[in-house]
Design a binder for this molecule. Structure first.
Ligand SMILES: Cc1ncc(COP(=O)(O)O)c(C=O)c1O
Length: 491
């Protein structure tokens, strides 16, 4: 038999000191909640018995109030579902205003926000972020994710839950997951780390926020890649740091230019394995130069190693952190690309002497990550599913990239230049024919294309182009999507 969901109790204001009868007070509360849309058509109403017991009155006034609300058409009875808010309320009864509108309209006076909060762009200015068209950046091939395995692990962990695991988890994250990650990073990424240095975070975005709070001050100067990852820049800017754009060329961030512009910067944010967005790999000499600069100027390097698992032609590149003998690198990783973004799990590898500071900062942020998904993920890694999934996806994404590059060459020829190495789940194309990327991206939404414009990745003079994600676009979809892109660029 289908189970009926329990009804949520609305606030029923009962005042025994006033002369208004109890049934009238109950009636008025419900009517008001329906008229101003706090209760929606079809929403279940608690039984008279439950409501009477919750608000501490006898059943009679509740029965009376319900009878009147039914008679006037506010409530209706549904077989098997009990009493619900009527689905055919006269239009004039329900307000078309959202519930908060009358309140905000009556507020007056200045409504000040922090000086820095308006630096963030409104989402409505970025329609490509809101559609599900081809080339959406960050989308993974979720149909290939071993959901059956994951579901089994979830169910198993669920059965093992107890009072202890339901309590607050460890601030740094689950021990099992930290061990599994440390083990993986040592082997696959040549990261120098022990489990004690690993902090589990809600995606690398949170890692950046914590690292900024622990390491930087308002006014601290931070080298950022130009072009670079906007969401990292925004974290530094919101924390009142001063951004120093350092150009990226075919060898990654140009450290020499960084030193010339601002030798004494407190930190550098880099994506050395697969630069975002241009896709280049930082050369060995630049890596050494960066590590050397950090050591001599007493600066920090924040290494964002977000998609290094995916390299298609060359062998994986070791992490920058592994090169650094002086513990100047804060290493950031994520499961967003290798598994899926809504998992919101990532990690930090913290230099041993800073672990306590990061730990205490985390405490005031969110009291640690949710325990349950961490345990499921630890099982997923330890039982070999993670390594298998990465191997399979590497083949698939490598193939998708190849099909995309061929289609771009075939359909667009010299109209675009593909840049970057054969890695990751996105590639960048530079526009060669005077088009404005933002304008094309806005039009592309109507063509079922999600084109992430390149120009907002620059702080200074911008190149026009697109960042094309290929993880969530199928082999079959790619040629048609590239043709639609060509049509946009030729009209
Ligand atoms: C450069 C870069 N870093 C990190 C991430 C992942 O962020 P998160 O782990 O918060 O999902 C992305 C996602 O697209 C990215 O492009």
């Amino acid at each position: 038999m289908k189970r009926v969901a329990s009804a949520i109790l609305p606030i029923i204001a009962i005042d025994r000191k006033v002369s208004t009868a109890l049934h009238r007070q109950i009636y008025d509360s419900y009517r008001a909640a329906i008229v101003d849309s706090r209760l929606r058509p079809g929403q279940r109403i608690p039984s008279t018995r439950v409501l009477a017991s919750e608000i501490g009155v006898s059943r009679f006034p509740v029965l009376n109030a319900y009878a009147q609300l039914l008679a006037e058409g506010y409530f209706e009875s549904r077989v098997g579902a009990g009493t619900v808010v009527s689905s055919s309320l006269p239009d004039q009864l329900t307000s078309s205003q959202p519930p908060d509108a009358p309140h905000s309209a009556t507020r007056s006076g200045p409504r000040s926000v922090a000086r820095r909060s308006p630096i963030l762009p409104g989402i409505e200015a970025m329609p490509w972020m809101l559609n599900w068209g081809a080339f959406r950046v960050g989308q993974v091939a979720f149909d290939q994710f071993p959901l059956h395995v994951w579901s089994t692990l979830v169910a198993r962990r669920c059965r093992r839950m107890n009072a202890q695991s339901a309590h607050y988890g460890a601030l740094m994250g689950s021990v099992a997951l930290r061990k599994a990650i440390a083990n993986y990073l040592k082997i696959a990424r040549s990261v120098r780390c022990e489990a004690e240095q690993v902090m589990i975070v809600n995606g690398s975005q949170q890692a950046l926020e914590i690292a900024t709070r622990v390491l930087l001050n308002p006014g601290s100067r931070v080298w950022v890649e130009e072009p670079g990852y906007r969401l990292a820049r925004d974290v530094f800017a919101l924390n009142a740091c001063h951004l120093v754009p350092v150009p990226v060329d075919s060898e990654g961030m140009d450290v020499g230019v960084g030193i010339m512009k601002c030798r004494k910067a407190q930190a550098a944010f880099v994506t050395p394995s697969h630069q975002f967005p241009l896709g280049v790999t930082m050369s060995a000499s630049r890596r050494l130069q960066l590590v050397d600069w950090a050591q001599h100027s007493g600066s920090w390097i924040i290494e964002d190693d977000y998609d290094s698992e995916y390299r298609y032609e060359s062998l994986p590149i070791a992490s920058l952190q592994g090169l650094d003998a002086n513990s100047r690198v804060i290493y950031v990783g994520t499961f967003t690309k290798v598994l899926f973004p809504s998992l919101r799990l990532g990690y930090l590898v913290i230099p041993p002497d800073l672990v306590d500071r990061f730990h205490m900062c985390r405490r005031v942020m969110d009291l640690g990550p949710p325990t349950f998904p961490q345990e499921v993920l630890a099982d997923f890694i330890e039982e070999g599913h993670f390594a298998r999934h990465i191997r399979r996806m590497r083949v698939l994404y490598g193939e998708l990239r190849r099909v995309l590059v061929n289609s771009l060459a075939q359909e667009l020829g010299s109209m675009v230049e593909v840049v970057g190495d054969e890695a990751g789940m996105h590639l960048a194309v530079m526009l060669q024919n005077g088009h404005r990327d933002m304008e094309v991206s806005k039009r592309a939404v109507r063509q079922d294309l999600s084109l992430w414009p390149l120009s907002p990745s620059y702080l200074g003079e911008a190149h026009q182009g697109f960042i094309l994600g290929f993880g969530g676009t199928t082999m079959k979809e790619i040629p048609g999507a590239v043709r639609r892109l060509r049509n946009l660029l030729t009209t």
